[in-house]
Design a protein around this ligand. Sequence first.
Ligand code: FAD
Length: 387
Amino acid sequence: MDYSTNDSKSTSKNKVVAVVGGGLVGALNACYFAKRGFQVEVFESREDIREAKIVKGRSINLALSHRGRQALKQVGMEDTIVSKGIPMHSRMIHSLNGTQSPIPYGKKGQVTLLMQRLDTPHSAETYSTTKLNFAHKLLNWSTETGAMTFLRADGAKEEIQADLIVGCDGAFSAIRKQFLRQSRFNFSQTYIPHGYLELTMPPINGEFAMKPNYLHIWPRNTFMMIALPNLDKTFTCTLFMPFDEFENVTTGDQVIEFFQKYFPDTIPLIGADALKRDYFRLPAQAMVSVKCSPYHLSDKCVLMGDAAHAVVPFYGQGMNAGFEDCLVFNEIMDQLNEDFSAVLPEYTRVRVPDDHAIADLAMYNYVEMRSHVNSKWFLFRKYVDNT
Ligand code: FAD
């Protein structure tokens, strides 16, 4: 299917933008392009992710910061997302003996807002010029013709062309693979020795099992666990730990022993049986930092979000930086009259240094945390200061 116009005089009204990846950043991007009047086709490899209760292996709630809110505001999404968000007024530190100590955020009245991962795809569909194509996995695309090949759920392949390809397909971007073949494309990726695993703490008698408006933290030297509240009154507990340590825990009894030693107060709240089962539901997930440059390929393709800059989550800014990509791109579109041949290089020029700085800060935080293993405060302080 050829959606492209091949007409330099065509306006946004009849130009087609293909957003590959319908995650957080892809969905927001779809809103931005649709608001400008483009025909937007979003291609997402998963089935309709809004119907999934859990997006496998991904936290369902994320800390939304000022930069993320600004990006949502520009397309009128801030209020909707914020109204469904959960405000966190303070951090709650759980010590080994079960004592809980609140640490308020910096300024009086300052809160961190948690948003739900699946809220942005809903918003994208409110534009009549946007079509969400689920179960469309990008297999490949041609830098010469711009043709993209997708694998559909029925096993058929579909070829599609558009005027602009926006690669929002995450840290392991299939769109980015073609960039790797280009001369003078810089790319690096670094895995850290820590992994993460998510567990659910269910409600008790229909209510949150712990105080809800807090970021709960169990700092334990080389590892830590955090818990964030969800709208359904569960908590998502995320255990960050070196892979070596994960590998030492191989049986249900060892899980209980481990939790008894480090997080005893959580066993009755998560439930011993659930703990033994859910700990092994998914393997611990790796965390990768990806940097690349440039973010564009001619006037045909541009990378945004984790596809351009995956960061380790110890700064709480990955999604927020991706949202800001959309905002910055939109501003450049205004400045340069939607001329892709000028907008794309300018976006690279402006955005690469900022995104690389965020990736560096996130990695710096991680390294700091590891090198100050004997200082409980240092271990999590910077992480929580930014979330
Ligand atoms: P993704 O969310 O990865 O979405 C990419 C989409 O592309 C997916 O839906 C995927 O299915 C689709 N896709 C992939 N390949 C293809 C293909 N070949 N064809 C079609 N579609 C494809 N950030 C924050 O700002 N605040 C936080 O509090 C925070 N907490 C985090 C906690 C953890 C444990 C982790 C791991 C990350 C956290 N992040 C946080 C980072 C945040 O999750 C990411 O930055 C964000 O998800 C990036 O969004 P994205 O849309 O670019 O990529």
